[in-house]
Design a protein around this ligand. Sequence first.
Ligand code: ZN
Length: 152
Amino acid sequence: MVADELFSYLNCGAAVFSFGVVSYLAARIGVAVYSNRSEEIRTQTQLERVVSEEAVHYRDKRPDVKLVPLYSNPRLFCRDSAGVAWKLDDEVFEVSARNRYGVRHELAHIYEGHLDLGNLSERKGIQKVIGNILYHVYYEPVATLHGVGIKR
Ligand SMILES: [Zn+2]
């Protein structure tokens, strides 16, 4: 009897885990498709225009933030990501992106305060560990939702 009960719990756990994995993969695929269909950015001027169009939706949240759009950013071109945001000073952030989705995603990181404690790759010790955990379980999902147009 105990073995049957244990087997039943394991089956239930496996089903919940499988549902979680399938849901996560479906969401990732959906975001990838959305990102690829998003307006592509090919010039500095275009990046500046898209950043200014998208920042309108966030300015009330943090009016003192200053954005520095940078199309030819080595931090972006050495990564396989849609964009990158970098804290330069207290309220000054560099933004680079390959498409509109990337701009929205990075603006979410900036305006939601994900970079307020500094750039993740520059943090040390426990701050880096905490930052990495928050990045994967909270910051990145929130920014991804903003990227596809779902905001709080
Ligand atoms: Zn991100």
